[in-house]
Design a protein around this ligand. Structure first.
Ligand code: PEP
Length: 250
């Protein structure tokens, strides 16, 4: 069955020293947890965090990646560079990348394919804005982002992709979809995956929920049949708040 997968997105927070301290605390306090765990520090702290977490049960990820292997791409970081500093996973298509930095499904798809070719696992983020939700377009947006983001990715690679459903209106706002609402959308995402691939891929794919996940709501969300994990932003920045989420018991 699907192993619960709890990931922390540290966004643009923490110097290396702060990242090292948090990683060390998580390593110690989460050592007995059997869920899949990941933290995604800023590029500058990946190597520091990967060194601390070596041999632990916590994976290390990046929050973004270039759409090219090398070359004239000022300010970008290639898949090889991510692997070189110890990243095993990359988060792609986060709503902040889509809506603040203008990333399109086409660009995200280039990154997804490149990351897979280069041996990185991918967390592909999808989700609607408030306007799209109010216009009744949730499933349509998710279908468009999944179809675009996964174009050319074959079923054999799907074991290395996690989908993170993150309604944009719930990210960093303190608003969370109810477990019922989120589960309904996750079920719809799973059925889109069955259309794009087949039922066995849809049944196997891990779908995280993201959007103001906290200790108060994690167990309720994780108790739902189609919610397999969480992508956590704000509450992943302190051991005190992330540890109990990662240890959730539904
Ligand atoms: C995120 O960064 O993906 C996120 C869901 O943030 P938050 O938990 O702060 O809403």
């Amino acid at each position: 069955m699907r192993t619960p997968f709890i990931a922390g997105n540290w966004k643009m927070h923490k110097t290396r020293a702060e990242a090292r301290d948090l990683a060390a605390a998580l390593k110690e306090q989460l050592s007995g947890v059997s869920h899949r765990l990941l933290v995604a520090p800023t590029f500058t702290s990946i190597e520091t965090v990967a060194t601390v977490l070596e041999g632990s049960n916590i994976l290390v990820g990046a929050q973004n990646m270039a759409a090219a292997r090398s070359g004239a791409h000022t300010g970008e970081i290639s898949p090889d560079m991510l692997k070189d500093v110890g990243a095993q996973v990359v988060i792609l298509g986060h709503s902040e990348r889509r809506h603040v930095y203008g990333e399109t499904d086409e660009l995200i798809n280039t990154k997804v394919q490149l990351a897979l070719e280069e041996g990185l696992e991918v967390i592909l983020c999808i989700g609607e804005t408030l306007d799209e939700r109010e216009a009744g377009q949730v499933d349509q947006v998710n279908r468009r982002q999944l179809t675009g983001g996964l174009a050319g990715v074959d079923a054999g690679a799907m074991g290395r992709i996690t989908i993170a459903y993150e309604p944009v209106w719930a990210i960093g706002t303190g608003k969370t979809a109810t477990p019922e609402d989120a589960d309904t959308t996750h079920a719809a995402v799973r059925s889109i995956m069955a259309d794009l691939y087949d039922q066995s891929v849809a049944d196997a794919v891990v779908i995280q929920y993201g959007g103001s996940v906290k200790l108060d709501n994690v167990a309720g969300l994780m108790a739902k049949p189609n919610i397999d994990g969480a992508l956590v932003g704000g509450a992943s920045l302190k051991a005190d708040t992330f540890v109990p989420i990662a240890q959730f018991d539904s």
